[in-house]
Design a protein around this ligand. Structure first.
Ligand code: LLH
Ligand code: MG
Length: 387
């Protein structure tokens, strides 16, 4: 065991084949250069843990003002204690130290622990399963020819996804700035059900700000179509709206995904009866440490907890627990190649084999980071060190 000596964010350029629209939804696009960030925590023995994140999430002021002061000189193996040490600094940061930054540091600490022990994190955390079925999670609807512009586009893509081996598909339908609406959503869900038949599980993640009555109309259509869950059709801050909806639908309601409050917010949703399936994300809810608590909470109530989002952090929690059926593989699109890694990774962490994803076997989180690529394309380094 050894104390933490350095917290470093390396900002580098890489290439992406997607763009994010003005409302934050990702779509396929021509290749373009973007900046990404690698957070690295190094201890006095020279062991390091890493987490890939966004430069805006772990800005220089976050490193010098929060991560460095909370972590430097502390025993790097003490993930639970350090998570609380960091989380207690969020309140006074006036929003500057976000749950996403906390998550990046927490994931890097788990990566460090796994690498030191020579164990994959999912195994270190519990070792519940070595593989998990993946559902295909589509990008949001668009207006791209041959993309996800019409119900027929969704139906055609769904057939292609089944041919690739997926046994479950989640539609993200149209969101602003594009025209959106319950009728369009129902048309897409109906077209996909007709295309894949009754044996493929289907889920819907729709526009997130429907009214109660719009969400009920949409949910009743999903009842008829036999959907496996209905995700985030309303503002998640209104727990009572979700309780109201869940009481009236046969289709299970899943949530919350984006609601603020880490594992504590999940406890409120369970007690309120606002969801039938719990949901938590490693990146959005403060890290592996709180996500694991949410999954254990769900298990205690006899509920499934599905993990939001893809990547090594999600796999760590899914492999460590049994209270959830799926891995969210995506976001996928007819014009997007999910299986080719970006240039800063040597391989993807989640290849699909027979509709399933196997847990990584490398020590730590299992990301296959190309450190030479990152070193050659570094544009900034933000560092806090012990001495
Ligand atoms: O609104 C979106 O773009 C999607 O809902 C996106 O956030 C996606 O990550 C998601 O919700 N997956 O479940
Ligand atoms: Mg979602």
């Amino acid at each position: 065991m050894a104390v933490i000596e350095r917290v470093v964010v390396t900002v580098f350029t890489t290439v992406t084949h997607s763009y994010v629209d003005e409302h934050g939804h990702r779509h396929p696009g021509p290749p373009r250069e973007v900046t990404e960030a690698l957070l690295t925590i190094t201890d006095a023995d020279g062991a390091s843990g890493h987490c890939l994140t966004k430069p805006d999430t772990v800005r220089e002021a976050v490193v010098s003002g929060y991560l460095g002061p909370a972590l430097l000189g502390e025993e790097g193996f003490d993930r639970e204690r350090l998570w609380h040490r960091m989380a207690r600094r969020q309140r006074g940061s006036q929003g500057a130290f976000s749950d996403r930054a906390l998550s990046a540091a927490d994931q890097a600490l788990w990566d460090l622990a796994g690498r030191r022990l020579g164990l994959p994190v999912w195994r270190l955390l519990g070792g519940a399963r070595a593989e998990v079925p993946a559902y295909a999670s589509t990008m949001c609807g668009d207006d791209i020819p041959g993309g996800l512009a019409t119900p027929e586009d969704y139906a055609n893509f769904a057939k292609e996804l089944v041919a690739r081996g997926y046994r479950a598909i989640k539609l993200h339908t149209w969101m602003p700035p594009l025209p959106h609406g319950v009728d369009r959503d129902i048309a897409a869900c109906t077209a996909v059900r007709e295309a894949v038949g009754p044996d493929i599980e289907l889920m819907l993640d729709s526009y997130h700000w429907y009214s109660r009555s719009e969400a009920l109309t949409l949910g009743r259509a999903l009842d008829e179509l036999g959907f496996a869950w209905f995700e985030e059709p309303m503002e998640e801050a209104s727990v009572q709206s979700y309780r109201w909806l869940a009481e009236q639908l046969r289709t299970p309601i899943i949530g919350p995904e984006t609601a603020w409050g880490k594992h504590m917010a999940r406890a409120e949703w369970v007690v309120a009866g606002a969801c039938d399936i719990l949901r938590v994300g490693v990146v959005g809810s403060g890290g592996i440490t709180p996500a694991l608590k949410a999954v254990h909470l769900a298990e205690s109530f006899g509920m499934d907890c599905e993990i939001h989002g893809n990547g090594s952090g999600a796999l760590a929690v899914i492999g460590a627990t049994l209270s959830g059926r799926w891995y969210e593989r995506g976001l996928l699109h007819p014009h997007s190649d999910y299986d080719t890694p970006p240039p800063h990774l040597r391989s993807i962490v989640d290849p699909l084999v027979d509709g399933k994803v196997r847990m990584p076997t490398a020590p730590g989180l299992g990301d296959d980071i190309d450190h030479d690529y990152i070193a050659a394309r570094t544009v900034a380094t933000w560092e806090s060190r012990l001495r």
